[in-house]
Design a protein around this ligand. Structure first.
Ligand code: THU
Length: 133
């Protein structure tokens, strides 16, 4: 893992807006051309409109024009590293199926997966019927 990516995820975590859960998450997504896109979780009083750090980083990258990704780092202050939720797995599968997922806590413990490993039998655009014009 690049130190820069980890540093970006740790810095993003400090910007988390998580007054309801008190659970701050930082992520940093690296595109194939080496750009780094940070994201933090942003909570809503509605709870359901909360966005996770991983999707925040991904959407920021998409908005900036990035389309190919190599890895994402997720940082939490927990005993063991935190796995991404199902919604984030789905979006990562659709936009970054080959990416590595590095889950890290503040002590530096790390668990590593690929998006592919996290999404066996995934739904994606290939299951949709052909579009009629
Ligand atoms: N959260 C993330 O940002 N990423 C994860 O991988 C797990 C959960 C956030 C969403 C919410 O703000 C808080 O953590 C508690 O679920």
């Amino acid at each position: 893992m690049t130190d820069r990516l980890l540093a970006a995820a740790r810095a993003a975590r400090t910007q988390a807006f998580a007054p309801y859960s008190q659970f701050a998450v930082g992520a940093a997504l690296e595109s194939a051309d080496g750009q780094i896109f940070p994201g933090c979780n942003v909570e809503s009083a509605s709870y359901g409109l909360t966005i996770c750090a991983e999707r925040n980083a991904l959407f920021r990258a998409i908005c900036d024009g990035a389309r190919s990704f190599v890895r994402i780092v997720v940082v939490t202050d927990t005993e063991t590293p935190t796995p991404p939720c199902g919604a984030c797995r789905q979006l990562l599968w659709e936009f970054a199926p080959e990416a590595e997922v590095l889950l890290v806590n503040l002590r530096g413990d790390m668990v590593q997966y690929t998006v592919r490993e996290l999404m066996p039998g995934a739904f994606d655009r290939h299951q949709l019927p052909p579009r009629r014009h």
